[in-house]
Ligand binder design. Structure first.
Ligand code: ZN
Length: 399
């Protein structure tokens, strides 16, 4: 029995998803020499990790040009992957993730090309691939969500105050201004939340998005991770060191006129967040909760289908051909699959991580799947008519 039974009255919640591809583990793409990694996602969230890499090829000399900063943001890759895991566990949806595996001594993807690669061709190519993958993710997201999307550029800081620094491209002096000033067009135009400030589903003002009750910093603080700006800590003091956002945030958010996406540079303190596996897991859970609330409040996201809210009605109408029930269901019980056709139907059942745990075919006479004993959690069922005309994916949550 590969999966231990945790309880005997496990209930299942089955929700139809739109795309059959959602059942697979994320598609992963690599740049040249696997220096850059792109994990394709299913919701309008991009996590970028430019400073956590460890690869140091001897073919790329260490960066020394233009006062290069070479400090690694330790454990930021591991933190991003924990966030992915937490988001998927809670929603069944994947964020897009773009990672630079080169050590910062070789390449700094959060700088312009000249400063980033110091004119070294191998590093320049990796830099271009890093930013091309972000553009690819943006383009995919934009098709479904327009500007209802968010990029989180993940970093680690070593400043004395143990709090998360959220950089919206507004410096300490600007954040020190009263809300009424932050809500003027001049300040909104400085901001990486520029479009959200104009289009938020919650009609939140710019200042509310930065430090209101449903601001990211406030929500993180509410989950035990002090952050600035937030309702609890509206602005850094004038002399506090504070990262307000860098090249990635400026280039890949609506701060740039031609880009629709909103975003933030997220600088994480080390102790209590990045420094141990347990802390990374705890933080990832809290961040996932905060991000889900933030996006649910201010954006048009449907977490049940990993699709834009505007597609819900269409989804229901177009997926009547295959029905899976009952809902809920207990392990060991029969799951019935109803289809309109006489085709043989194949099914695949996956763990949240994409591991196949059960599969088979179902004749028209008896389309029942006996559910295996599984621990509490989320599972994915893919059902396909043999001729491939209809294919549905169901998110199954063990209650
Ligand atoms: Zn950094």
């Amino acid at each position: 029995m590969p999966y231990p039974r945790l309880h005997t009255s496990c209930l299942w919640l089955i929700t139809c998803l739109l795309l059959c591809g959602t059942a697979r583990a994320q598609d992963i793409f690599y740049g040249t020499n696997q220096y850059i990694e792109y994990q394709q996602g299913t919701v309008p969230i991009i996590l970028t990790v430019p400073h956590g890499g460890a690869i140091q090829p001897t073919s790329i000399p260490d960066r020394t040009c233009n006062n290069a900063v070479n400090v690694t943001d330790v454990h930021t890759i591991e933190t991003a992957l924990e966030i992915k895991k937490a988001l998927f566990t809670k929603t069944g949806c994947y964020p897009h993730i773009v990672i630079c595996h080169l050590k910062r001594t070789k390449l700094d993807c959060n700088r312009n090309l000249t400063d980033a690669a110091c004119q070294q061709p191998e590093a320049e190519l990796a830099w271009k691939e890093f930013h091309q993958f972000i553009v690819q993710a943006r383009t995919t997201i934009q098709a479904g969500y327009s500007d209802q999307a968010m990029i989180f550029d993940i970093h680690g800081h070593g400043h004395a105050i143990p709090r998360i620094e959220l950089g919206y491209l507004l410096d300490s002096d600007e954040l020190a201004e009263p809300d009424a000033i932050l809500n003027t067009p001049k300040y909104i135009n400085y901001s990486s939340l520029r479009r959200l400030a104009l289009t938020s589903a919650s009609e939140a003002t710019h200042a509310q998005l930065l430090r209101g009750n449903q601001a990211l910093g406030t929500l993180l603080h509410d989950h035990g991770f002090p952050s600035v700006p937030s309702r609890q800590d509206p602005a850094p003091a004038p002399d506090d060191p504070y990262f307000s956002g860098g090249y990635i945030t400026a280039t890949h958010t609506c701060y740039t006129d031609t880009v629709l996406m909103n975003g933030v540079q997220m600088e994480l303190n080390n102790a209590g967040i990045r420094n141990t596996a347990a802390n990374r897991s705890r933080f990832a859970g809290a961040f996932a909760e905060a991000a889900i609330t933030f996006l649910s409040t201010h954006f048009a996201i449907n977490w049940q289908s990993c699709q834009p809210k505007t597609a819900i009605k269409e989804t229901i109408v177009s997926h009547k051909e295959i029905r899976v029930y009952p809902n809920p269901i207990a392990p060991g019980d029969m799951l019935h699959v109803n289809t309109m056709s006489e085709d043989v139907v194949s099914f695949l059942l996956y763990t949240p991580g994409g591991t196949l745990i059960h599969s088979g075919t179902l004749d028209p006479c008896c389309r029942d799947i006996r559910m295996p004993d599984l621990p509490q959690g989320l599972y994915i069922l893919k059902v396909t008519e043999i001729h491939g005309i209809h294919c549905d994916v169901y998110k199954i949550i063990c209650l």
